[in-house]
Design a protein. Structure first.
Length: 77
């Protein structure tokens, strides 16, 4: 999914109260077009300023390790 900050993320845990505020792992910046250090973010947290703006189809991006990200493993640059 694409976040408001321009980062791409995979959902690692759904929020039962709202499908729009899951826990995600960001791994790519669309602004710099580069991998970033993976970071877990709780979009439902009171301090979180980011939000989901779009769903991104995995085949649009050249990531061969998307399944590893979903599984919680570190991304490879």
């Amino acid at each position: 999914m694409r976040l408001q900050t321009g980062r791409l993320a995979v959902v690692i845990q759904q929020n039962p109260a709202s499908l729009l505020t899951p826990k995600v792992k960001v791994f790519f910046s669309t602004k710099s077009n580069q991998r970033i250090l993976p970071e877990e973010i709780d979009l439902g947290g009171p301090w979180c300023q980011d939000k989901v703006i779009a769903c991104e189809p995995p085949d649009k991006w050249p990531f061969k390790d998307i399944d590893r990200l979903w599984a919680g493993e570190a991304a490879r640059p």
